[in-house]
Design a protein around this ligand. Sequence first.
Ligand SMILES: [Zn+2]
Length: 294
Amino acid sequence: MNIIQIFKQFPTQESCIKHLELARWKGDPICPYCDSTNTNPLVKEMRHHCNGCRKSFSVTVGTIFHDTKVPLQKWFLLIALMLNAKKGLSACQAARDIEVRRPTVWSMMHRIRKSMVDNGELLNGIVEMDETYVGGKPRKGNKKDDDDNTPSQRGRGTKKIPVVGMVERGGKVKTEKATKDTLKSKDLNELIRKYINPSESVLITDEYKGYNKAASLLPHARINHSIEYVNGLIHTNTIESFWAIVKRGIVGQYHRVSAKHLDKYLDEFCYRYNSRNLDSSVLFGNTIANMLRP
Ligand SMILES: [Zn+2]
């Protein structure tokens, strides 16, 4: 869905509510307070009255849209803009695009990101795994810290935030923000167990010593980047292209992402990557459905 399609399909608040009601209830309202289906429509603001608990409710109660003062059309526009923004969308840009104050847009975008979550399916087939370091405020300080940032460390050992990524070739990507500065075999093996189906996968990584024990879990091939970048099927180019998108997005659109919010930005980048082959109106519908989940 592009913004023209949003304007055409959802010209009014009423048309947006109708869409949400159909998506949430398939046309038969259910009271979000007592689950009763014995309800009557109220004319005022397209709300409903529950004959069970005698409360009134709208379709947005208990969802990500709950209590919003922003017209739903602007929400729909923002969702479409975020889904289409391959390199990410800054809150400043979005604020100009939908004419809403920047702090409001910032919190709307975070609410939308909550719906951009992974479905939990394990990765299969050829899976590339790699770590990178993104965002975060560089630590000021003594010379020792500066030394830690020397290029010879290739990112590892720097003070940025470590993120681990796994991508199924031709399939989905998963990322996780690491909780420690240095990633050891134990940490990386835990992520392999969490995200990859070991009986139907081959893992490909570089020579980082943190992967030394991966072969105890599943077949494991490595590419030695000091010698070559590709050896037939053995390479980590897919995950590295994903890191390039993330880094360009974070540097270009979000400038500096704090450790606290990094997971949410990563969810957004993964969600867009993982739905790259979906029809845009299906993706829009799925995202709305996620946002309506109480
Ligand atoms: Zn009720």
